[in-house]
Design a binder for this molecule. Structure first.
Ligand SMILES: Cc1ncc(COP(=O)(O)O)c(C=O)c1O
Length: 402
């Protein structure tokens, strides 16, 4: 019998997505008839706007879209993404610097696969989105965490980044607004970090997928535009998922210097080829249309954000900074760890989240998923009534902790 492992070492090192795992458990309980309220999902609760859906229907009827198209994306979509980037970020790129991917996720994978050699270090500000570590690891890269907490609103300083930099550091991953914390760097903070990266010859991979979801006068700043000194060592990741309520359509993109985009396109040509043409035509309608749909969503999210922060901060033991962007809150629950609750004594945020799901039928994602135990991530992309009911259940249960 072969002693070789059935699954390669590289792939068996990949962990299951913790956010999807919580979501799956909540959905299974729901299917079994239990009234679970889920704060786990990272997607808007709105349907995709009609004009976008109609563009997809029209595309499905066109025989040219029944065939393979260029692996890197439809030329008209690449052009529209370049125009949209100039409109929203003031960043000038040519259509040849755009690669259309199967969602922002594929852009994340391909960016790291294209930039990293084994042993290259990537500075990752924690708490971080669960997919980054796996993408970095698969590329042979080494993740170096720069840990932040609620006392700074989860923002990292240049001093912290400098302390984590070594001779092997190649890339800084910069995500603003952030998943899971909703933190948004100001223009000044973005410039300071960008200039530091440029001065140290680092690449910046910046994930701008939540660019349009900022609240209360907060402004989104693209590090690519704010710091011209970075030159061509910037890779922007983005997509239609969050801005246009299009998570299921799977269209994202990567923007970078031509050599990086060409290399990443070669990779994609062997991995997946072109993104579904129907989805690309839907994305074309989205990015070349106006931003009124996201303005409506933003209003609803802002209202829910305020309700959520207020209600969570009223719970003893919960400390919730006000997020400035995306659609997540990231409260600390450190004070509740180790306390007795319904005859149990959860020793971690993961155990506490499990107890909450069982006892209050409320699903939250524990901070372990984002590199910082002691916290929960709750998405506020769910209906107002569910949101209020879910947090009330949480408050009632957690009030019993002693
Ligand atoms: C920070 C961040 N980047 C990228 C993505 C990828 O989105 P998608 O692959 O759905 O386009 C997500 C999705 O949750 C995200 O939160």
């Amino acid at each position: 019998m072969s002693t070789r492992p059935r699954i390669s070492t590289r792939i068996s090192a990949i962990s299951e997505s913790a956010t999807l795992a919580v979501d799956a458990k909540a959905k299974a309980m729901k299917a079994a008839g239990r009234p679970v309220i889920g704060f786990g999902a990272g997607e808007p609760d709105f349907p995709t706007p009609d004009y976008i859906v109609e563009a997809a229907v029209a595309a499905a009827h066109e025989p040219r879209f029944h065939k393979y198209t260029p692996a890197g994306g439809l030329p008209e979509l690449k052009k529209a993404i370049a125009a949209k980037t100039l409109r929203d970020s003031g960043y000038q790129v040519d259509a040849s610097q755009v690669l259309v991917t199967n969602g922002g996720k594929q852009a994340v994978y391909q960016a790291f696969a294209t930039l990293l050699d084994p042993g290259d270090e990537v500075l990752v500000i924690a708490p971080y989105w669960t997919t980054y570590p796996e993408a970095i690891k698969l590329a042979g890269g080494v993740q170096v965490d720069v840990v932040t907490d609620e006392t700074t609103g989860y923002l990292a300083s240049v001093e912290q980044l400098e302390a984590a930099r070594t001779e092997r550091t190649k890339v800084l991953l910069f995500v603003s607004p952030s998943n899971p914390t909703g933190a948004v760097y100001s223009r000044e903070q973005t410039e300071a970090i960008g200039r530091w990266a440029a001065a140290n010859d680092l690449w910046v991979v910046t994930d701008e997928i939540y660019e349009h979801l900022v609240y209360g006068g907060t402004e989104f700043t693209s590090i690519a535009t704010a710091v011209p000194e970075l030159g061509d060592r910037v890779v922007i990741l983005n997509g239609v998922a969050k801005t246009y309520a299009m998570t299921g359509w799977r269209v994202g993109w990567l923007i970078g210097p031509s050599d990086v985009v060409k290399a990443a396109t070669n990779l994609q040509s062997h991995a997946t080829s072109n993104v579904s043409n129907v989805a690309q035509m839907a994305a074309l309608a989205a990015v070349s249309g106006d931003l009124s749909a996201v303005a409506e969503m933003r209003e609803a999210f802002d209202r829910r954000r305020q309700t959520m922060v207020r209600m969570l901060n009223e719970i003893p033991g919960v400390l919730c900074p006000e997020p400035k962007g995306a659609f997540y809150v990231y409260p600390s629950v450190k004070e509740l760890i180790g306390k007795e609750l319904r005859g149990r004594r959860p020793q971690s945020s993961a155990e506490l989240a499990e107890l909450i799901l069982e006892e209050a039928e409320v699903a939250v994602v524990p901070g372990e998923a984002f590199g910082t135990p002691g916290y929960f991530r709750l998405s506020y992309a769910l209906g107002d009534d569910d949101l209020a009911e879910g947090v009330s259940r949480l408050a009632k249960l957690l009030a019993e902790a002693h």
